[in-house]
Design a binder for this molecule. Structure first.
Ligand code: VGL
Ligand code: ZN
Length: 208
């Protein structure tokens, strides 16, 4: 069984959001085309970054700190971000053009103020699971096709965890865009995912 994993297609990661990913909205039609093409034979599952308003990854919660600075949170390095994807806010909602009726289940992450969660599977300390792995395994999923935002954070860590959990992973390269705190971060992330075993394809190759 195959699952299509849509990662954080949320307003705050779109170009007008609070943590904008350049060209982030370009991945929405890619997601919709794949959902339509796979319909029936693929389970569609999506994640949402889902932070409490006082989340520890927000620079606003740390006196004198600005977005981009790095602190320790939950025992691990944490890049500080602008406030984003606050639970139930407009910014936390999926982009309105995402064909969300095809999504069978949503998994929420980053809900614990004391640790961030880039991966769809585990928090950044690898301590607590979101339940996604068990949910996929219960449904007999062996193959995961992943896309979304952002290539160099949530997509990368989700794909690396999926590989480590033993799933066969295909990354849809044109279905991802990155934050690129440093130039080239997204390309580096894709290279790392490929090196660890992800198959990297253009969506066209999955549609034909
Ligand atoms: C993400 C930074 C902070 C992501 C989430 O979805 O890639 N990036 N929170
Ligand atoms: Zn976040």
């Amino acid at each position: 069984m195959q699952a299509l994993l849509l990662i954080d297609l949320q307003n705050d990661f779109m170009p007008t959001g609070s943590l904008p990913v350049a060209d982030g909205d370009a991945v929405v039609p890619v997601a919709n085309r794949l959902m339509a093409a796979f319909s029936g034979e693929t389970i569609v599952v999506a994640t949402q970054d889902w932070h409490p308003a006082n989340h520890g990854s927000f620079a606003s919660q740390h006196d004198g700190k600005s977005p981009g600075e790095v602190i320790k949170l939950g025992g691990v390095d944490q890049v500080l971000w602008p406030d984003h994807c606050v639970q139930h806010s407009y910014g936390s909602r999926l982009h309105h053009e995402v064909e969300s009726r095809s999504i069978e289940r949503l998994f929420y992450k980053g809900t614990d103020v004391a640790i961030d969660s880039y991966s769809a599977f585990f928090d950044n300390g690898h301590k607590r699971a979101t339940g996604l792995a068990e949910w996929l395994m219960t449904r007999g999923v062996r193959d995961v096709v992943a896309l979304g935002l952002a290539t160099d954070f949530c997509v990368k860590f989700s794909v690396l965890d999926a590989l480590e959990l033993g799933f066969n992973v295909t990354l849809v390269a044109d279905g991802c865009r990155g934050v690129n705190l440093k130039a080239g971060d997204s390309e580096g992330a894709i290279a790392e995912m490929a090196k660890r075993g992800a198959r990297v394809l253009h969506s066209e190759e999955l549609l034909k």
